[in-house]
Design a protein around this ligand. Structure first.
Ligand SMILES: *Cc1c(COP(=O)(O)O)cnc(C)c1O
Length: 223
């Protein structure tokens, strides 16, 4: 019996249903990023056996311990850094991850740009937008996003492919997803990383192209 077969089937069905009622959506169905932070190895291996290949982690060190060894066995593995990045971890992050969802300030953008050049890596980037303008939350303020995106693309030549956001916990997420969608359109960005266990269907209705799901897939985290 595969540990996560049933929750995975449920999530896939819910994603499909959400896609059917999603006027803003075009193109491929959204990608499911399985958020493996804090999850026991047995559940992650169960996910790999079911064919999941996109995994999200929020800490560089934890991700290295877990994924470096799987890299060789799964050439189609795609690792996503979804948590804040410190500059002193940037070299390791660029070496391990395929996509960074948390680009949100000039300093870290410069370091990522330097490291990708030095390591000859190509890392897809999402700019994280703090749509609720919450002081404790990472992300650039919506008003500053256009200049920051232009800086990343034009001055640093970073491959910015989309926007990422996490709505405030105590507000309906819809308006925040709508704001991200609008900002992305204005900036000519096609990818939207939004939606978690509790709100991924709404995110899909607002045009999410990848959703980041942890507990609904794996169960409660251990750490
Ligand atoms: C932990 C985390 C998730 C997954 O959250 P769940 O509620 O477990 O689905 C998604 N995105 C980010 C940025 C996270 O840190």
């Amino acid at each position: 019996m595969n540990l996560i077969e049933e929750p995975y089937a449920v999530i896939k069905a819910r994603m499909l249903r959400a896609c059917e009622h999603a006027p803003l959506r075009t193109g491929e169905p959204p990608a499911l990023i399985a958020v493996s932070k804090g999850q026991p190895q047995a559940r992650i291996e169960a996910a790999l056996r079911l064919g999941l290949r996109h995994f999200g982690e929020n800490r560089v060190r934890e991700a290295i311990g877990r994924w470096q060894t799987h890299r060789a066995a799964y050439p189609d593995l795609r690792l996503h850094l979804i948590g804040p990045l410190q500059s002193n971890k940037a070299a390791q992050a660029v070496a391990l991850f395929d996509t960074i969802h948390s680009l949100d300030r000039e300093k870290i953008a410069r370091v990522i740009s330097d490291e990708t050049a030095r390591q000859n890596r190509k890392i897809a980037c999402f700019v994280q937008v703090n749509t609720g303008e919450e002081p404790q939350k990472a992300g650039i303020a919506p008003a500053d996003a256009p200049d920051f995106i232009a800086f990343c693309r034009d001055e640093l030549s970073l491959p910015v492919i989309g926007l990422m956001g996490i709505p405030p916990a105590d507000e309906p997420p819809g308006p925040h997803f709508a704001l991200l969608y609008q900002l992305a359109r204005e900036q000519g960005l096609t990818e939207l990383s939004m939606g978690m266990s509790n709100d991924f269907e709404q995110a899909i209705r607002f045009g999410a192209t990848c959703i980041r799901v942890g507990t609904a897939l794996f169960g409660q985290r251990e750490a």
